[in-house]
Write a protein that binds this ligand. Structure first.
Ligand code: TYD
Length: 135
């Protein structure tokens, strides 16, 4: 599946920790956009979409949450609970996010500007798209 868990380099000293992410060095694409999700209400599930071209790196910088990734054939559940781990998600992966802790902050680095036309928000349509790509 087109995802990868990445250990991020931590500049740690007696003061604490610092993580730096540079495009084309720590991140395998140009960063066009950064967004973050916080204050998620209990029981909420987010995501439920795929992207045609977009690549992302997700870092749960505070708290924890669960990502469910799906390539149309297999599903993978990933618990994110460390600010020094990045989850790379490539193209054409359906993702859902759940189990947000109250203090969860999810930061996302994205390879493209926001474009609603680039989203697939219907799971059946997603399944059809990935089937066509496989042919
Ligand atoms: P949405 O896609 O529903 O978020 P999630 O992936 O967590 O389900 O986005 C919520 C709103 O924010 C929606 O109106 C679109 C807007 N938005 C932007 O304007 N820019 C962005 O980069 C993102 C990710 C969302």
């Amino acid at each position: 599946m087109n995802y990868k868990l990445m250990d991020l380099y931590v500049y740690g000293d007696r003061r604490g920790s610092l993580v730096s992410l540079e495009e084309q060095r720590d991140v395998p694409f140009d960063i066009k956009r950064v967004y973050y999700i916080y204050g998620t209400k209990p029981g909420v599930e987010r995501g439920k979409h795929a992207h045609i071209h977009l690549k992302q790196i997700v870092v749960c910088v505070s708290g924890s949450c669960t990502f469910i990734l799906d390539d149309g054939k297999n599903q993978k559940e990933i618990e994110l609970n460390r600010p020094d781990v990045g989850l790379y998600i490539g193209e054409n992966i359906w993702r859902e996010i759940k189990n947000f802790s109250r203090d969860c902050v999810v930061m996302v680095l994205a390879s493209e500007y926001y474009d609603e036309n680039e989203y697939i928000r219907n799971y059946e349509k997603f399944k059809k798209e990935v089937k066509c790509l496989a042919i």
